[in-house]
Every structure is written in structure tokens, then in C-alpha cells.
Design a binder for this molecule. Sequence first.
Ligand SMILES: CC(C)(COP(=O)(O)OP(=O)(O)OC[C@H]1O[C@@H](n2cnc3c(N)ncnc32)[C@H](O)[C@@H]1OP(=O)(O)O)[C@@H](O)C(=O)NCCC(=O)NCCS
Length: 325
Amino acid sequence: MGSRIVATGRATPRTVITNHELERRMDTSDEWIRTRTGISQRYTLCTGESLVEVAERASREALARAGMKPEDLEAIIVGTVSSDFGFPSFACQLQHRLGLTSIPAFDVAAACSGFIYALSVADATMRAGEWSRVLLIGADALSTMVDWNDRSTAVLFGDGAGAAVMVSEPGQRGVLGSILRSAGQHWDLLSVRNRGIQSPIDAEARTNQNDAIKMKGPELFKIAVKSLEDITRRVIERAGVTLDDISLIIPHQANLRIINAVGERLGIKPEKVFTNVDRYGNTSAASVPIALDEAIESGRIHDNDLVLLNACGGGLTWGANLIRW
Ligand SMILES: CC(C)(COP(=O)(O)OP(=O)(O)OC[C@H]1O[C@@H](n2cnc3c(N)ncnc32)[C@H](O)[C@@H]1OP(=O)(O)O)[C@@H](O)C(=O)NCCC(=O)NCCS
């Protein structure tokens, strides 16, 4: 028995912040942001908005497309580092909004790799026969964690949620394998040291800059490229297929230059790599499921295609999932 994604959904906060809007707020330019990152705009959560509500919209869309009701679910797993509370978890808050009362619901904290990790956990547990219908979410709001005076991080991040409904199923289709990696020795390349202290774009400036995202961008860039190339090759090799067999790679949408560098090292044609970082920025754990949902919607994925998901993020964490669609 394996596990298969049968439907996806996505949702964003209402507010779009373009690069030109950022030009008015800080010493940056549309040209710099686009050439260094590929980003043109991002969605940001504003004061009074709730990321759980955004995740609920993505979840209900995925459930409707799967022809299911919330009551059909047997577990909820959320990849996130953006819960409003220390606890209860984001997943428990989402469970409550979906009107569910007793199924297991929990978060997986792996920063930008959160969805990849959550998918691996869901697949393993479903293979063990524990659950047969699981709601998987990637949701983050890192724009609320930046220092809006720090142009080297503030321009990169956006907010949103992506959802996938997984069912257990016999046969050749579904998740073929996942590989997860972490390297805690690199924790200080990307961190938020004071959990939960939010500063949305429309709020007062942070009083303590130490609460904000700290990132060593150029070092992270190099490790991300190497790790993503390595994990992609490993998951493909373990499944006994080749890079030529892959129909589409859906990478974490952090930076177009990282995506292109990994593609070049792998020798993959650009048309086999899905990107939407231009419209969303880096939405952390939400980026892969949002991109997956857009790839399906735009007809880029067909039955029996081999689809590869990968991501790298704070922790450091990284990983990949290989799926026979
Ligand atoms: C952050 C990142 C885009 C910076 O690009 P870079 O080419 O490495 O740029 P640098 O940090 O070397 O900075 C180059 C210059 O641009 C400036 N700069 C930084 N941010 C800027 C901005 N938003 N607008 C204008 N100039 C900016 C720097 O101050 C620096 O100026 P200097 O040369 O006068 O000192 C890049 O390192 C990156 O993408 N790293 C990975 C980040 C990431 O994806 N993190 C999440 C992974 S999950």
C-alpha cells in the first residue's frame, strides 16, 4: 500500500506588495530585486489577518477538489514555523476551524523544507497502515518576521498556504520515496531567535531588531545549491530511475538564481523546472505546495509523470520527494 496526492489547493493573504512598493519604503530597487532573486511581488499578512484562516481556505479547496469533507480525514499534518502560539500547534488550530474533534493533528517544523518533511512523514505512516486519508499543509508567514529596515531579507519573503489531500492506495502511482537531511551545525545561517514576535508590513517598526530573521545570504546560497543537487540525485538513484525520466521538478521557490544553478548542475532543461517565485517570493513551507497546485492547474502534470519536489531551509534542513503522478 502506498500514498498518493489526489488534490491540491492554495491561498494567500489579500495584500500584494510589489517591488515598486518596497522601493518607496527602503533603499532598494525593482531592478536589484528582480536580477538577484527573480521576485517581482509577494503577498503579505497584515495586522488582524490570520494565517490559519489562509490555510483553511487552501484546505477547503483541496478537499472540495478531492470530493471529500473534513470529516473524511484521519490526520492533519502542517509544515510550518509560523504558528500564532507557542502551543497549541498550527495543526490543532486548523483542525478546530475545519470542525474536526479527535483526529491527530500536528506540526512539522523544518522551515522552508516543512512540506517535504510533512509529506515524507505522511507517506511513511500511511504505508504502515495507520491512516488512509491525510490533509497535508505547508503554511508560513515569514514576512511578519523580517526587519522591514533590513533590505537584504525584507525583500525576499512572502506569505501563503498550500494544501494536498493524500490517500493510501495500492498500485504503481504515488510517492516513490523521500529523503530528508538536516545540518544543525549551520543553524545560524537562517534563524529567528525570538519566536512569535510578529511585525507585519503595516505595523509599527520592530523595537528590537534581534527578534527578526537573521540570514547569511551568500553562504546559504552556496550550501542550498549543493544540497539540492545532491538530494535530487540521491532520491532519483534510490528509486532506480534517471534524471531523463523526470517530467517536472517543483523546487522550493527561494530565489530564481538558486533554482537555475541547481538545474544547470543537474543538466535539466529549464522547461522541466516549475517556477513562480516572481509572484510569491519565498513563502517558506508554503512554496512547494503552492507551486504544485499551480503546476497542476496550468496542465504541467499528467497521469504517470514522474514529479520531483525539493526544498532547503533554516535548520539547515533539506529534502526531496519523488512521486509517480
Ligand atoms: C540574499 C541574496 C539575494 C543576496 O544576493 P547577493 O548577490 O549574495 O548579494 P550580497 O548579499 O552579496 O549583496 C550585494 C550588495 O547588494 C546590497 N543589497 C542587499 N540587499 C539589497 C536590496 N534589497 N536592494 C539593493 N541592494 C541590496 C548589499 O548591501 C551589497 O552591497 P555592497 O556590495 O555595497 O555591500 C542572496 O545571497 C540569496 O539569495 N541567498 C539565499 C537566500 C535564501 O534564499 N534564503 C532562504 C533559503 S530557504
